[in-house]
Design a protein. Structure first.
Length: 323
């Protein structure tokens, strides 16, 4: 397993990679990095695949373009397309977790010629809905239910990334702990923020690291985010309305490649909106599996590395005819 920087058309991307064989690209979410896929990179390489996990645009060792409008879904998909080409490949299986899942789904949606199969973890495929941009819809739901603002709506503010940068170690510890499957219900984040509260202020300052995250691994996250900051990662959220405006051309388009979806039973993301993973087969016409992992929270690639590896390898074996 090695880390190196790869020059693509749009930017230079830092990747974690291992193995030889058919390409599998692994896309992380927020607030994560390529190192969150270490167990999958190792398992895929051992099984005869070329596994590549980039630090995504705005994160870690990859370039961090200025301007919030440089982090749209079209930029993010373009980065993955460019990476596949820069690696000398013409096709890949794409796997995404958290925010990386929408990127993976859109890779498959927009470039079926390149992405022969797709897997999403935690966040299901969400088709573009007519009727208006999503942030206003989120605020309307929050007002109707009285649960407070979904943190995604609060992330639209220009300074929303600053509290994360004020104390990186505490911010990351809170984020990992509050979405972990081992965290008691009372301490898990709901994602909804009462008036006067921010994402981080709703979580105690003294929370521990989750069981899967030791101090050495955590220190890599802290050092990386202290160097790269959170502006770029939060800009992904700030582009949600722009994404909606840019993707009218895929309205009602479906994904026809083989697909897989995994979610933790105790993932708080499942409660942001009704029917979180229901109805995906209407949009994923070759859905090979949809699995709820008992007791798991949000951080599936690290919380449940063995089960995620087994599910991914079984999926790959099925589509490649080697199972």
């Amino acid at each position: 397993m090695q880390t190196r920087r790869v020059k693509t058309d749009g930017l230079t991307q830092q990747v974690l990679e291992a193995g030889e064989g058919p390409l599998v690209v692994l896309l992380h979410g927020f607030p994560d990095l390529a190192i969150g896929w270490r167990a999958q990179v190792a398992a895929l390489a051992a099984a005869g695949y070329r596994a590549v996990a980039p630090d995504m645009r705005g994160y870690g060792g990859t370039d961090r373009p200025g301007g919030r409008d440089q982090h749209t879904i079209l930029h993010l998909v373009g980065d993955v397309v460019d990476l596949v080409r820069a690696l000398g490949e013409t096709s890949a299986v794409v796997v995404g977790h958290d925010w990386g899942a929408p990127v993976a789904w859109h890779c498959a949606l927009l470039r079926p010629d390149m992405f022969r199969a797709v897997a999403g973890l935690a966040v299901p495929f969400q088709a573009r809905r007519p009727g208006g941009p999503p942030i206003a819809a989120m605020k309307a739901i929050s007002a109707r239910t009285g649960r407070g603002d979904l943190y995604i709506a609060r992330f639209q503010a220009d300074d929303a990334h600053l509290p994360f940068e004020a104390d990186v170690a505490t911010a990351l510890r809170k984020a990992f702990y509050s979405y972990d499957g081992a965290t008691p219900d009372a301490n898990q984040s709901t994602g909804f923020l009462p008036p006067g509260e921010a994402f981080l202020s709703t979580i105690r300052d003294d929370v521990p690291l989750p069981p899967w995250l030791d101090e050495a691994h955590f220190s890599q996250y802290v050092a990386t985010f202290e160097a790269s900051g959170f502006r770029g990662p939060v800009d992904w959220y700030r582009c949600l309305d722009l994404n909606w405006a840019l993707t009218a051309f895929v309205q009602d388009k479906r994904i026809h490649q083989p697909s897989l979806f995994l979610v933790g039973e105790r993932d708080p993301v499942r409660h942001y909106a009704g029917a979180h993973e229901a109805g995906q087969s209407a949009w994923l016409t070759d859905l090979r599996g949809q699995h709820v992992i008992p007791g798991a929270g949000h951080w599936l690639p690290q919380e449940r590395a063995d089960e995620v590896n087994a599910r991914l390898l079984a999926f790959l074996a099925e589509i490649d005819g080697t199972g």
